[in-house]
Design a protein around this ligand. Structure first.
Ligand SMILES: [Zn+2]
Length: 419
């Protein structure tokens, strides 16, 4: 019998970027998809297919997927669970996987739709959208219950069963306000998954500081009910208000906490299996890139990737860690891709930006050991790098520069935004 597993679907490019005061340029969103794919993450909710300024970025990333470069990561778009949104998404983009979202709680039915919609309307809108999406041959379709944690269980079950009957592949349980605690979410997901028998996606927020605990507790409940679990994460926990579940923290919790760790020899470690494709050693790279792109530093005490995550100062701790790292460290810094010395330029630096000229630009690419066929090609790439910088408004990283040189036509599409 196939064992149930816990998969990660990262939502940095959807929930992360819709956050107040935070955002990513389309090139940076593309780099996030590439880094998530390199890390072996199952899926990336990569954007909003009905938002016109996303169209070129989304289609360009789908091209990268078809080329086999952005593979095997599953790219899914987010739309409202109404037929018009599904239709529009398929007019504007070539998206193959969609998550359809609608509020299910009394509070939101009343407070958002202002008495204009009943709960029967919610069910009807969702199933109509889903029927239409199925007819249009989309591959994976998830249905999101927004504010699920404040939705009464009987209605939530009814909603999820209707979604299953109409062909949904997954139900996303959204703890939209971070209202659950690990005990309540466990109980509720256990009931929901046992009744509905569909894979459950856990989408939690950190308003009460329990986001990672709730995410893993919900995943445990889904597995206990015999269903696969998908945890929604964001890199560095970026997200609405107090944020979403941090990608690295969730992976560490699933690998090393006492009830999940297979290493501890506990039977439970064999039961709650994290998708084996995850490569934790990419953690350092992706966390650092997200910090740079969002312009939000990694907190010093961030699990795994914070500056202090492996720092010891007090006499007893330092002595203990030096004698045997396991005295004060649950996992090794090498596992997160840390430990390499990083060179920082302290002398003259030539950066590539929107007002760069060809000489400085050549110098930047020569350092990356990238050569151009001829002057024409060099000018073309320089022009693209200028546009890239118009979007990012900070010096381009080496990986961004390499990407532009390797996929100039796709880069051009990404930078094209026509209001
Ligand atoms: Zn959210």
């Amino acid at each position: 019998m196939k064992k149930n597993k816990i998969y990660i679907i990262d939502v940095t490019n959807r929930d992360g970027v819709q956050t107040s005061r935070l955002g990513l340029a389309k090139l940076q969103k593309t780099m996030m998809n590439i880094l998530l794919n390199d890390m072996g993450v199952f899926g990336s909710e990569f954007g909003f297919p009905v938002t016109p300024h996303e169209t070129n970025y989304l289609n360009a990333n789908l091209k990268l997927a078809r080329k086999g470069f952005l593979k095997p990561i599953i790219l899914n778009g987010w739309v409202r669970a109404i037929k018009e949104d599904v239709k529009r998404a398929l007019e504007l983009t070539e998206v193959e996987n969609l998550n359809l979202s609608i509020s299910t709680s009394e509070q939101m039915t009343r407070g958002k739709f202002l008495g204009k919609k009943t709960r029967d309307d919610i069910l009807r809108l969702m199933t109509q959208a889903l029927d239409y999406a199925r007819k249009r041959k989309l591959k994976i379709i998830g249905v999101n219950a927004e504010d699920a944690s404040r939705t009464d269980i009987p209605f939530l079950i009814k909603f999820a069963k209707a979604a299953k009957d109409h062909g949904a592949d997954r139900i996303r349980y959204c703890d939209t306000l971070g209202y659950d605690d690990p005990f309540t979410i466990y109980k509720r997901i256990k009931v929901l998954a046992s009744e509905v028998k569909l894979p459950i996606e856990l989408h939690c927020h950190n308003d009460l500081g329990m986001v990672v605990a709730c995410s893993v507790a919900g995943a445990k409940a889904a597995i206990d009910a015999g269903c696969d679990a998908y945890i929604n994460t964001t890199v560095n926990g970026m997200g609405e208000r107090a944020g979403n579940a941090d990608l690295i923290s969730v992976i560490l919790a699933l690998k090393y906490s006492s009830g999940f760790s297979a290493k501890g020899g506990s039977a439970s470690g064999e039961k709650y299996i994290l998708d084996e494709k995850i490569k934790l050693d990419r953690a350092w790279k992706i966390a650092k890139y997200a910090a740079y792109a969002f312009k939000v530093p990694i907190p010093i005490n961030q699990p795994g990737v914070g500056a202090n995550a492996f720092a010891h100062e007090s006499g007893i701790h330092a002595d203990g860690a030096l004698k045997d790292r396991r005295n004060y460290e649950l996992y090794d810094f090498e596992e997160l891709g840390r430990g390499e010395a990083e060179a920082i330029e302290t002398g003259r630096q030539i950066t590539a930006g929107e007002y760069s000229g060809i000489k400085g630009f050549r110098n930047v690419y020569e350092k990356l050991e990238i050569k151009f066929k001829d002057e024409k090609e060099a000018v073309k790439i320089l022009d693209l790098v200028r546009y890239a910088n118009v979007h990012t408004q900070q010096p381009l990283t080496n990986d961004e520069l390499r990407f532009i040189a390797r996929f100039p036509d796709i880069a051009k599409e990404i930078f094209t935004v026509n209001p």
